[in-house]
Design a protein around this ligand. Structure first.
Ligand code: AMP
Ligand code: GLY
Length: 433
C-alpha cells in the first residue's frame, strides 16, 4: 500500500514508525512531517490543514490510504474530500469529528443517549451562564464550546473564578469563535485515563489503556499542555472498568452517531474520570492522543496498517489487536517556556546516543533538520519512549535516554509515570481490583 500520514507531531512519528514495519507497506509519505519522520517517509511540504493540496497530492500519487493525525484537517473535512476522490481515509468525516469540535454537541449526545458524563448546561449568553453557576455552586468547570488548542477548559474553585472564566471566553473572546458558546459542567473527582477504540462505523475494537500527564510541571501542577508524557497500560483501567467503558460509553456512542446520520470511523478517544470503580466521560476526541499514541505504538504487536485500513474500510469484523505484555512510557522534552512563549532553532545533540539505548525509541515532534543538525522547531520537541516489564523500569530507561541528550534549551518533567506507579501500588495494598 502507498500511505500518506498527515501531521508533524510525535503522534505522527509514532504512527510512521509503526506502519514502517508493515509488510503491506510499499511507500510511505508524510505531510508535512518532521526530522524524525523524514528518516522513515518521503516528507512533503504541505500543511496538515491544507485540504485542497493534500487531496491533490493523494490523487496524483495514487495513495491507497491517508492516515490523518490531528483534529484540524478532520474538522475541515479532509476525510470527506478524500472519500469523494475514492481514496481511503483513516479518520472521521467532518460531521462525525464534531464529537471533538463541539463540546455542546458531545454533551447533548451523552444526555440523549444516557452516556455517563458530568451534569452540564450550554449557554450563548454570559448572563444565563452566570445564573447557572450561581444555581450550581462551585467547584465548577467552564469550557469554550469549540476548539481552543487544549486551553479552553477552566477549572474554577469559586464563583469569582467561574465568572471570570465566562468573561474570558465569551466577552473577551480569548478563543475567538470557539467561545460563541460555553459548556458549564459539574466538577468530577477521581483518576483520569485515556481510552481509545478503533471504530469502523458500527463496531469498536478497544486499544490498550493509557494515561497522559497534562500539566507542564511535576506533581501535576502548572499550566495545561498538550501532554508532557504518557504510559501504558493504565492500572486504573482494570478489565472490569474497560468493559464498563465499552458497554456504557463507546458502544452507545457509536450507535448514537450512526443513528444521528454521522457514522463514526477512525479512532475514538474518550478522556475518562474514574472514581469508585465507575468511569465517566470527560470528553471525546476524534483522533489519537499525543503522547498516548507513542506509548500505544510501542506496545502494539499487530500489523498497524491492517488495523487502520480495516477501520477505514468499515470492516473491523475479526480484527483483534495484540499487545506486548511489557509496559511503555514516553517522556516529552519541550522547549523552555512551553506552553508559553519559547524560542525555536536551538540545536539538539546526541539523539543517536539516546536512540541507541536498548528498548528506547526517540520520537520527534517539533524538530527540523538544518544541514546535518537537528534543531528545535516547536513547543513539544521530542518524546523519548521506552519499553520494559514494568512502568517503573520503563521510566528508568526513558530518563536514562533523556540524560544522554544534549539540549540545554529543553526541559522535561522528571515524574512521568508516577500516577500509574502509585495507582498500581494502591491496588496491590487493597488486594487488587
Ligand atoms: P478536556 O479538554 O475537556 O479533556 O479538559 C481538559 C482537562 O480538564 C481534563 O483532562 C481534566 O483534567 C479537566 N476536566 C475537564 N472536565 C472536567 C470535569 N468535568 N471535572 C473535572 N475535571 C475536568
Ligand atoms: N494528550 C491528550 C491529547 O492528545 O489530547
Amino acid at each position: 500500500m502507498k500511505v500518506l500520514i498527515v501531521g508533524s507531531g510525535g503522534r505522527e512519528h509514532a504512527l510512521a514508525w509503526a506502519i514502517a514495519r508493515s509488510p503491506a507497506l510499499k511507500k510511505l509519505y508524510a505531510a508535512p512531517g518532521n526530522a524524525g519522520i523524514a528518516e522513515l517517509a518521503d516528507c512533503q511540504p504541505i500543511a496538515a490543514d491544507n485540504v485542497d493540496a493534500l487531496v491533490r497530492f493523494a490523487t496524483e500519487h495514487a495513495i491507497d490510504i491517508v492516515v490523518i493525525g490531528p483534529e484540524a484537517p478532520l474538522i475541515a473535512g479532509l476525510a470527506d474530500r478524500l472519500q469523494a476522490a475514492g481514496i481511503l481515509a483513516f479518520g472521521p468525516s467532518a460531521q462525525a469529528a464534531e464529537i471533538e469540535g463541539s463540546k455542546g454537541f458531545m454533551k447533548d449526545l451523552c444526555a440523549k443517549h444516557e452516556i455517563p458524563s458530568a451534569a452540564y448546561g450550554r449557554f450563548d449568553e454570559p448572563a444565563t451562564a452566570k445564573e447557572y453557576i450561581l444555581r450550581s455552586g462551585t467547584p465548577i468547570v467552564v469550557k469554550a464550546d469549540g476548539l481552543a488548542a487544549g486551553k479552553g477548559v477552566i477549572i474554577c474553585r469559586n464563583k469569582n473564578e467561574a465568572f471570570a472564566a465566562v468573561d474570558h471566553i465569551m466577552t473577551e473572546r480569548s478563543f475567538g469563535d470557539a467561545g460563541d458558546e460555553v459548556v458549564i459542567e459539574e466538577f468530577l473527582g477521581g483518576e483520569e485515563a485515556s481510552f481509545f477504540a478503533l471504530v469502523d462505523g458500527q463496531r469498536a475494537v478497544p486499544l490498550a489503556s493509557a494515561q497522559d500527564y497534562k500539566t507542564a510541571l511535576e506533581g501535576d501542577v502548572g499550566p495545561n499542555t498538550g501532554g508532557m508524557g504518557a504510559s501504558s497500560p493504565a492500572p486504573v483501567v482494570s478489565d472490569a472498568i474497560a468493559g464498563k467503558v465499552m458497554d456504557r460509553i463507546i458502544e452507545p456512542t457509536i450507535r448514537a452517531m450512526a443513528a444521528e446520520g454521522r457514522p463514526y470511523r477512525g479512532v475514538l478517544f474518550a478522556g475518562l474520570m474514574i472514581e469508585g470503580g465507575e468511569p465517566k466521560l470527560l470528553e471525546f476526541n476524534a483522533r489519537f492522543g499525543d503522547p498516548e499514541c507513542q506509548a500505544l505504538m510501542l506496545r502494539l504487536k499487530s500489523d498497524p496498517l491492517d488495523c487502520l485500513a480495516a477501520a477505514a474500510r468499515g470492516n473491523l469484523n475479526g480484527t483483534k489487536l495484540v499487545w506486548r505484555d511489557e509496559a511503555s512510557l514516553v517522556v516529552v522534552m519541550a522547549a523552555r517556556g512551553y506552553p508559553g512563549w519559547y524560542d525555536k532553532g536551538s540545536e539538539i545533540r546526541n539523539l543517536d546516543k539516546a536512540a541507541a539505548q536498548k528498548d528506547v525509541v526517540v520520537f520527534h515532534a517539533g524538530t527540523k533538520r538544518d544541514g546535518n543538525r537537528v534543531v528545535a522547531n516547536g513547543g513539544r520537541v521530542l518524546g523519548v519512549g521506552a519499553v520494559a516489564p514494568t512502568i517503573g523500569e520503563a521510566q528508568k530507561k526513558a530518563y536514562a535516554a533523556i540524560d544522554a541528550i544534549d539540549w540545554p534549551e529543553g526541559f522535561c518533567r522528571r515524574d512521568i509515570g508516577f500516577r500509574a506507579i502509585e495507582s498500581k501500588a494502591k491496588r496491590k495494598v487493597r488486594g487488587g481490583e
